[in-house]
Design a protein around this ligand. Structure first.
Ligand SMILES: C[S@@+](CC[C@H](N)C(=O)[O-])C[C@H]1O[C@@H](n2cnc3c(N)ncnc32)[C@H](O)[C@@H]1O
Length: 294
């Protein structure tokens, strides 16, 4: 079989159309096995994206049926790590959607500046570019000294890149462009040094950031956050998991704290929609009400 035939042969989405019941059973058993063996509950990830990830896994492992992945899960100690990488979409960038960082500057930072200490949580921080962006924003507002940033993800490989704060030099130009579009006041190069073909963010920023493993599927709230960014994470979850995560984020925020979601995410029609005000009609920034029925 050539590669094209193999891909067709293995394509999970095609199978879903031709043998829906068998495939649903196989996927359900596979997800149940993951849950029982590792405690990760992917049963509430959005199905279309989940199937694409499982398909990638089948191709890589050269397996035809989803059920063939179950023995791998049980007997190959490295398989689950590889599957987690398949599941984790780590696309990110510095000052991603720069206009939204302008809104953070305008709407959120002035309110944060009224607190003696400021806690910020990036939930689903991927490789950390977004976290360094916030640290720079806080520095330029004169607030970094009294800020502690927590940055979490369930992908340990991404977290270790995030901790290093080292990114390809080839990305520096785009990072710098978005930094200025986001309202950056200096030069982005003031915050990093170049080492061979990489840029390495300064220790002054890193000292203010705590990177940690946190799984939004099962872990609990972080206390007393003033501002939470959870961007481009909820889109991979079904409504049940979105509700769970939004409740964890809500419980983590102080009253009148801010929550920022991704461009295509919202709290509308979720179990926390009554607990937040929208700060700006075009943004995905929400402010927790003092009381839910305010
Ligand atoms: C597309 S990235 C978003 C990164 C960044 N927030 C941004 O908007 O640029 C999604 C991140 O969510 C993380 N993620 C997905 N499911 C998660 C979970 N259950 N717990 C914690 N992080 C999760 C992934 O590992 C990935 O790093």
């Amino acid at each position: 079989m050539n590669i094209e035939e193999q891909v067709k042969h293995m394509d999970v989405e095609n199978k879903l159309l031709s043998e829906p019941n068998t495939l649903v059973l196989e996927v359900d058993l596979f997800l149940e096995a993951i849950y029982r063996q590792y405690g990760y509950d992917f049963r509430h990830y959005a199905r279309a994206s989940l199937l694409r990830r499982i398909n990638n896994c089948l191709l890589r492992e050269k397996k035809e049926h989803v059920s063939e992945l179950i023995p791998c899960l049980i007997h190959d100690v490295y398989f689950f790590d590889r599957f987690l990488q398949d599941m984790s979409i780590t696309v990110t960038s510095m000052f991603r959607d720069p206009h939204l960082f302008n809104l953070v500057n305008e709407l959120v930072i002035p309110k944060l500046s009224t607190y003696p200490t400021i806690n910020i949580w990036h939930a689903g921080c991927a490789t950390g570019e977004e976290v360094y962006s916030t640290a720079i924003l806080m520095h330029e507002a004169g607030l970094l000294e009294r800020t502690r940033i927590y940055a979490t993800d369930y992908n340990n490989q991404s977290l270790s890149i995030a901790k290093q704060g080292t990114y390809p030099l080839s990305k520096a130009q785009q990072f710098s462009k978005d930094y200025h579009l986001a309202g950056g006041k200096l030069s982005l190069s003031d915050y990093y040094h170049v080492s061979s073909d990489s840029i390495v963010f300064n220790d002054k920023l890193k000292e203010k950031i705590t990177f940690a493993h946190h799984n939004l599927m099962k872990d609990t709230a972080f206390a007393e956050m003033h501002f939470i960014l959870c961007r481009n994470v909820l889109i991979y979850f079904d409504q049940t998991l979105q509700n769970r995560v939004l409740n964890v984020l809500n419980d983590s925020l102080i009253h009148r704290g801010y929550l920022m979601l991704g461009d295509r995410e919202s709290i509308d029609f979720t179990s926390v929609s009554e607990q937040f005000d929208k700060t700006h009609k075009k943004s995905r920034i929400f402010r927790k009400k003092l009381f839910a029925d305010d």
